[in-house]
Ligand binder design. Structure first.
Ligand SMILES: NC(=O)c1ccc[n+]([C@@H]2O[C@H](COP(=O)([O-])OP(=O)(O)OC[C@H]3O[C@@H](n4cnc5c(N)ncnc54)[C@H](O)[C@@H]3O)[C@@H](O)[C@H]2O)c1
Length: 377
């Protein structure tokens, strides 16, 4: 394993490239490395993974010099300005706190943590170290989401009223054969946390603060501890009410958002990422043509993705501004999802303020309605 001489510590000097490192070199790490390779002002200096063969292949592919079996070796040997955490979720909290303690900013894959209590530790450690935390919800990125958020925030579309937020994905038993998937202890939750949270996060990014949720959790097919389907009603501070469905049981896969406001219907249908062609804004009958035309998506298209999100993160860090607004409210999706699990567990509405109460910030584990056909003995 290589060792670079510089100590771990503070962020880069003005004009110097930011030194990035990647922890975990499995599937999603490739999206991080490919995005970083194309970004100006960033040097991908190190990676760590206990799986030696995979680590070497990964490092060779992206020309990464520093190669380590464990995070502590990497942090002891390298000066890292930004650590990208691409490991299974059970390690995220401890790894984030360790990186903050060595002066790095952290970009952590979703889900950020297994519980709100863990996420509290992470954000507290970041605050103490004066470093930023970005959770990878890349669907917030891209020119269309920015445009629609601008329209909603400006009030041009009127009050948001009704919404649909649907994650209809499809996963077979092979997907759950990976040891860290399907258990409360290592994945943290089921399809609501692991898949639905992307659309839930995007909906909340567009609509803002939420106030209450009521949910049910179901296991209809897979041999897992967690749920493979959930339904929820989610109420926003604006008064808008969303119907939220998350599942891995949908042969025709689709990720769908629909927001009906006083003046328009906004629709987004895609799968794992969106460009302009996936969005539609339909004006209400009373909206005049000039106003509707002013809502058109901009000519310059930036598709959503890890690359688009990281471009914003690094531009902001390089400019000395800390983490950008696009990664603001890093806890919001986990709050909503935690409240959904608590609602299903306690069979009642959970308000945002309830999350401050005892037993509300720990493990998401709870009873799931098991509606799988009984197997004959
Ligand atoms: N944002 C997205 O669209 C997206 C997509 C896929 C996965 N993810 C998330 O990314 C994370 C990783 O998922 P994945 O599919 O890449 O998993 P994976 O199993 O393919 O890869 C995880 C890697 O982490 C390594 N690892 C485990 N413990 C480690 C440790 N302590 N130190 C260093 N390396 C360690 C493993 O050896 C493995 O190579 C999960 O949180 C997942 O939910 C996000």
């Amino acid at each position: 394993m290589s060792q670079s001489a510089s100590p771990a510590g503070s962020a880069a000097e003005p004009g110097e490239p930011l030194r990035a490192a990647i922890l975990g070199t499995g599937s999603v790490a490739h999206l991080h490395a490919a995005a970083l390779r194309d970004l100006p002002g960033v040097e991908l200096v190190a990676a760590a993974d206990p799986t030696a063969q995979q680590l070497v292949a990964f490092a060779e592919t992206y020309g990464i010099q520093g190669r380590y079996a464990a995070l502590e070796d990497l942090l002891a040997a390298e000066k890292v300005d930004v650590l990208h955490i691409c490991t299974p979720p059970a390690g995220h909290a401890e790894q984030t706190v360790a990186a903050f303690a060595r002066g790095a900013h952290v970009v952590v894959e979703k889900p950020a943590a297994l519980s709100l209590a863990e996420l509290d530790l992470m954000t507290d450690a970041g605050r103490t170290a004066g470093r930023g935390l970005a959770v990878v919800f890349q669907q917030r990125s891209g020119s269309a989401a920015a445009h629609v958020k601008g329209l909603l925030d400006s009030g041009a579309l009127g009050r948001p009223l009704a919404a649909l937020c649907q994650t209809h994905w499809y996963r077979t038993a092979d997907y759950f054969a990976v040891p860290w998937r399907g258990t409360w202890a290592s994945e943290g939750g089921g399809t609501t946390l692991s898949h639905g949270s992307h659309q839930i996060d995007l909906l909340a990014y567009l609509l803002g603060g939420w106030s209450a949720v009521h949910a049910t959790m179901w296991r209809l097919q897979h041999d897992v501890e967690t749920e493979d389907l959930s339904h929820a009603s989610l109420v926003f501070e604006s008064g808008a009410v969303a119907s939220v469905v998350s599942t891995v049981l949908a042969p025709r896969q689709s990720s769908l958002l629909r927001i009906d406001t006083e003046n328009a219907t906004i629709e987004l249908e895609h799968l794992y990422g969106h460009g302009h062609a996936h969005w539609r804004i339909t004006p209400a009958e009373h909206v005049d043509a000039v106003t509707a035309e002013s809502w058109r998506l901009p000519d310059r298209e930036v598709p959503s993705g890890h690359d688009a999100l990281f471009a914003e993160v690094y531009a902001s860090l390089l400019g000395g501004h800390g983490m950008p607004q696009i990664v603001g409210h890093p806890a919001r999706a986990l709050e909503i999802v935690s409240a959904m699990y608590a609602s299903a567990r306690d069979a009642r509405w959970i308000s945002r303020s309830d999350l401050a109460g005892p037993g509300m910030r720990g493990s998401l584990a709870g009873p799931i309605i098991d509606a799988r056909p009984r197997r004959s003995a």
